[in-house]
Ligand binder design. Structure first.
Ligand SMILES: *Cc1c(COP(=O)(O)O)cnc(C)c1O
Length: 401
């Protein structure tokens, strides 16, 4: 939330060539209204005070920066630190953004809240903040994800929100997003759409990034306190890219810190069966923004594959596309198999069961730690906890309850 004169996006919502507002005319007014509200409130002291108060009292921030002793010993080349977003109320980084956006909705007088969700974490985080303010809440979720994330579906219902299962397309996150956008076009007057990642049309990628930047801001002061310097590298998984953007953003001008985003390699990037648009995609328009995208020669969106519902998305936030092209951040991919191995390893070594999404970031340490020596400090953004994934992993491991 720190004003930064040189920061992107530009006035039209572009990060270099990427971003923008590719939406039906009926939504332009709503996006402009949102942008005006946000620009007015983001530097308002009362608004900021409320945001940080809620993050502290309701979410439990700041999240610890925790030294991973046994993982560090395992690699033997540098200290590994964990930014514990898994300890937030509702179990992931997503709540940082929903806390901020529900405050915007309240200021705009909107009584009805909608959201899309993949793994269900954003649905839970949205239903949570809507319950807190007594607002009607509708969550769109692909039928495939409704099945593999049944625990989160029930959590959303317990919180008083309605879950709409989406059968179209691949019945995953992109289809849920389509339906949420359709709802918004129809009900734009009374409805606020809380997008869950740094995706969608301007101003969403900027807003979601700014609200999640609290993670990177905390990391700066915690790094100073705990190892008297800045991290040599920060590793985060990338679906739409909000947990990565939130921890990267305050470091963008600190070029001595490597920023590494890890996409879902699925069956392997070379097989085409993955969800890694920055590694194996090309620029195109999806859900209102121009960004790297998995598409075929005629521009049709390709199907994706990942063991992790939260990463199973063919697009990515436009700011990541810009960070890739400028070389400021590096983007790699790890396979389902390697992510599952890391899921087990981190659970056994650290007593922390990570989300399957987060397990992708951990898996890349096998490669990354070779680049460092014992004086180095590497930070993994632990975007969420793995309770929601236990059924999925148990099934893969052949365990029946
Ligand atoms: C949703 C989710 C992700 C992926 O979303 P980003 O916007 O890329 O951060 C990653 N980790 C967890 C735990 C999630 O719930």
């Amino acid at each position: 939330m720190k004003p930064n004169k040189k920061s992107l996006p530009d006035q039209n919502g572009f990060f270099g060539d990427y971003g923008g507002k590719f939406v039906p005319e009926t939504l332009m007014f709503a996006l402009e209204q949102l942008e005006q509200t946000y620009n007015k409130l983001k530097d308002n002291n009362d608004f900021k005070k409320q945001f940080y108060k809620d993050l502290s009292e309701f979410v439990g921030r700041p999240s610890p920066l925790y030294f991973a002793q046994r993982l560090t010993k395992h690699y033997g080349t540098g200290s590994i630190w964990l930014k514990r977003e898994d300890l937030n109320h509702t179990g992931a980084h997503k709540i940082n953004n929903t806390i901020g956006q529900i405050l915007l909705a309240k200021h705009m007088g909107k009584k009805r809240i909608i959201a899309e969700t993949g793994a269900g974490q954003h649905g839970v985080a949205t239903a949570t903040v809507a319950a807190r303010l007594g607002l009607e809440c509708h969550i769109y979720m692909g039928a495939e994800d409704v099945q593999r994330q049944s625990l989160n579906v029930y959590r959303i219902k317990l919180l008083g929100a309605q879950v709409h299962s989406v059968d179209s397309g691949s019945a995953t996150l992109k289809d849920a997003l389509n339906e949420a956008l359709r709802d918004w076009v129809t009900n734009v007057d009374n409805t606020y759409y809380i997008i869950g990642s740094v995706t969608g049309p301007h101003p969403y990628p900027m807003i979601v990034r700014d609200f999640n930047s609290v993670v990177g801001e905390e990391l700066i002061s915690q790094s100073q306190d705990l190892f008297n310097g800045m991290p040599d590298a920060i590793v985060a998984c990338v679906g739409g890219g909000s947990n990565a953007m939130g921890i990267f953003y305050p470091f963008i001008n600190m070029t001595e810190t490597r920023l590494i985003g890890v996409e879902a390699g699925g069956e392997g990037v070379e097989t085409g069966e993955h969800a890694a648009p920055l590694n194996d995609g090309s620029p195109g328009v999806l859900h209102g923004a121009l960004s790297y995208l998995m598409q075929d020669d005629s521009g049709q969106v390709k199907s994706t594959k990942s063991v992790s519902a939260g990463l199973d998305y063919p697009g990515v936030g436009p700011e990541h596309s810009w960070l890739k092209d400028t070389g400021r951040a590096e983007y790699v991919a790890v396979s389902d198999g390697d992510a599952l191995k890391a899921f087990h390893q981190v659970s056994e070594f650290e007593g922390i069961i990570p989300a399957l999404e987060t397990a992708h970031a951990f898996a890349y340490l096998d490669e990354l730690m070779k680049d460092f020596n014992s004086d180095s400090n590497i930070v993994v953004n632990v975007s969420g906890r793995g309770d929601k994934d236990i059924n999925t992993v148990a099934e893969i491991d052949g365990i029946k309850f």
